[in-house]
Design a protein. Structure first.
Length: 237
């Protein structure tokens, strides 16, 4: 067992951003556990990607993989039960009058981080790492830095704890996220994220692109593809 201040919990969905955050956490902390959430998401295939990524890190990146501890999956059907969105139901992705796409799941990140904080508190994990970003995102209000800072304060007050929430992608774009992955784990990690992670909102793993698998048309695919293309114009040496 390592000291509490070197123990972390990563919100790991199986997507590009959370996989990059996992690599960042493994580079930063001495011991890392992971948690994923099954909330009835349309792209549930991401949960299958989680195991493959974790196995590959243990096998192909022993310096990082040796720090991996227990993986947790929490069922949170309440999120879907509270109302339909394009992330949980078969519906067209559209934008509302408020400018938000109907892929926004109200309260999702608040639920996720609250559950993660309780889990971290019980398992003596001081640090929580999450992939929210305010640079390349769809305008989701629960991805904003102000939201997450306020939530950290509330969770620590409610749990009588001193948990620290880290969002290493908050102020970088998708091209810089690809760059971060390469900087941390070289070509191995870069290729692992490209091949095995899943970002597509529709859960499409039938179409392979240079940047990975996905429908190629949803907002998540657009962001991932644009970031990859921008990065590849000036890749890391």
């Amino acid at each position: 067992m390592t000291e509490t201040n070197q123990r972390a919990l990563v919100l790991f969905s199986g997507g590009q951003d959370s996989a990059t955050c996992l690599a960042w956490a493994l580079e930063t902390f001495a011991y890392v556990e992971t948690v994923g959430f099954d909330y009835g998401q349309r792209h549930r295939v991401e949960l299958e990607c989680r195991g493959r990524v974790l196995a590959a890190l243990r096998e192909s990146a022993p310096a990082l993989g040796a720090k991996l501890g227990q993986d947790h999956t929490l069922a949170m059907p309440l999120i879907r039960d509270l109302g339909a969105t394009a992330m949980t139901e078969e519906m067209e992705i559209e934008y509302g009058e408020n400018g938000l796409p109907n892929t926004f799941v109200p309260g999702r990140n608040i639920f996720f981080l609250t559950a993660a904080a309780v889990l971290a508190h019980r398992r003596s994990l001081k640090h929580i790492v999450a992939g929210m970003c305010e640079t390349d995102y769809s305008g989701y209000p629960d991805c904003r830095d102000d939201t997450l800072k306020a939530l950290q304060v509330a969770l620590n007050l409610g749990l009588e704890s001193r948990l620290v929430l880290h969002t290493p992608l908050m102020w970088i774009d998708k091209a810089q996220t690809w760059e971060m992955a390469h900087d941390i784990g070289g070509q191995m990690l870069f290729d692992l994220i490209r091949e095995e992670t899943h970002s597509c909102y529709l859960g499409d793993r039938s179409k392979k692109h240079d940047w990975g698998y996905g429908c190629g048309t949803c907002p998540a695919c657009h962001l991932r593809a644009k970031g990859y293309e921008t990065y590849m114009r000036n890749p890391a040496p």
